[in-house]
Design a protein around this ligand. Structure first.
Ligand SMILES: [Mn+2]
Length: 433
């Protein structure tokens, strides 16, 4: 007998991948852990009989000849599979998109790729083999794909994920059904927790990113905490958020990130958990560390891990073209033309006094104004950034402040300037080299 199973607290990617495995492996039975996420539970309560799936207590471990593990590579995350762990004759196939850590499951054969959802790996195989699937199967696979990729918006999303979505839509996946399960309604308990968190948030700047921390006491089990944390991050507008939920004798840490240089899943591995770049969680026992220790360790990891990532000082332009406040406008114009730049900083004894941009030259109406000093035309209200700012944060600052030039300041001195072109070049590799 062949079975396919996935991690406890099963999400839709886990469920979708189990169902996909029952199609890719003829005769395979899907085994879904008893503990599943709330929205998966809602889905299964009405759709279970449509699929070839059973619970872990319904299988006889002796009968199993082949195990297909999806969306995790850890034995401890499987439900009641301990008896299979020491079976040397057991064939194991592994399908997973968690690439950050080597798992405890040693597979006979594996398909591991950097894609936004594990189900994408199965869909690629279906496309290759020319398998078509029912609208119902397409729908559950689409829910898994959309949930794990944030509707194809998480930075972990790949072109393969988008192609997989196209395949599912071609096979008549139902977007109304998908939308229903992907957007679970917030109930009173979730709202209370959200309001509780809103009252007190600690925001810390780490290497140019804003990171929020919060600790919340739970007196009961609450569903959809991850979704609440996700909404909370957007409301308080931070690059990443880490919330420690305190219940009985353990802490559940849930993290979310909206920037490419904070990998939450990677941070959570250090706490025995896991996840993706954008979302992750870990359970920490009370005796292991306190909530304050957890926060301290996260800050420490963020500070160290980000050191290797691209900072603004790597992409800025320097030296910066400068003029003094008394320089005449014709000099400014000549400098812009010869250097092929759109902005010139106005400084006096290395102190920033203002900025003059190409657009400002259009304010000149009379010929004699070309002899007027630049200080009469320059903008004086300057937004600067530190050299440790991430490109993503710099880009956001440009959009929010509607400026095209950001002087980079280190130890009170201007060491460079970031322009829209620098940002675009970094994000889109528009220029060669
Ligand atoms: Mn997944």
């Amino acid at each position: 007998m062949q079975i396919a199973t996935t991690h406890k607290n099963t999400d839709f990617d886990g469920l979708a991948s189990v169902i996909a495995a029952t199609i890719i492996y003829p005769g395979c039975v899907g085994v879904v852990p008893k503990a599943v996420n709330r929205n998966v539970d809602q889905f299964l309560s009405t759709h279970k009989t449509a699929f070839n799936i059973i619970l872990p207590n319904e299988i006889d471990p002796e009968q199993i000849t082949k195990l297909i593990v999806v969306d995790t590579n850890q034995w401890r995350r499987l439900d009641r599979m301990e008896k299979l762990r020491d079976r040397s004759d057991l064939e194991i196939d592994l399908w997973d998109h968690h690439m950050t850590a080597e798992g405890s499951i040693i597979a006979t054969w594996s398909c591991r790729e950097h894609v936004g959802a594990t189900v994408t790996l199965f869909i690629k195989e279906m496309i290759k083999r020319g398998i078509s699937i029912s609208p119902l199967v397409s729908t559950v696979l689409l829910i898994g794909l959309y949930e794990d990729t944030g509707h194809l918006t998480f930075p972990s999303t790949t072109a393969d994920d988008a192609r997989a979505a196209a395949y599912l839509l071609e096979n008549n996946a139902d977007l109304n059904v998908a939308g229903f399960f992907l957007n679970p309604p917030y109930e009173e308990t979730q709202k209370e927790i959200l309001f509780e968190m809103m009252k007190e948030t600690e925001k810390i700047k780490i290497n140019g990113n804003s990171v929020g921390f919060n600790t919340v006491y739970l007196d009961k089990n609450v569903a959809n905490l991850a979704a609440v944390v996700n909404m909370y991050r957007k409301i308080i507008n931070v690059d990443a958020i880490f919330v420690t939920f305190i219940s009985e004798s353990r802490y559940t840490v849930i993290g979310r990130s909206g920037v490419e240089n904070i990998d939450v899943g990677h941070i959570m591995i250090h706490f025995g958990g896991g996840g993706h770049a954008g979302a992750g969680s870990a359970t920490v026992k009370e005796e292991q560390m306190s909530p304050a220790d957890i926060k301290g360790k996260i800050i420490d990891l963020l500070t160290r891990e980000q050191a290797g990532v691209v900072q603004i000082s790597d992409i800025m332009s320097f030296p910066v073209a400068t003029v003094s406040p008394d320089s005449p406008m014709h000099e400014v114009q000549a400098l812009m033309a010869s250097e092929n730049i759109r902005g010139v900083m106005v400084t006096e004894e290395s102190e920033i006094k203002g900025i003059i941009v190409l657009w400002d030259l259009k304010k000149i109406k009379k010929e004699r104004q070309w002899n007027s000093p630049v200080k009469a035309f320059m903008a004086r209200d300057i937004t600067t950034i530190s050299s440790a700012t991430s490109p993503a944060t710099a880009a956001r600052t440009m959009i929010e402040q509607d400026v095209g030039h950001l002087p980079v300041v280190h130890d009170g001195k201007m060491i460079g300037i970031v322009t829209r072109t620098d940002i675009l070049t970094y994000f889109y590799d528009l220029l060669p080299g």
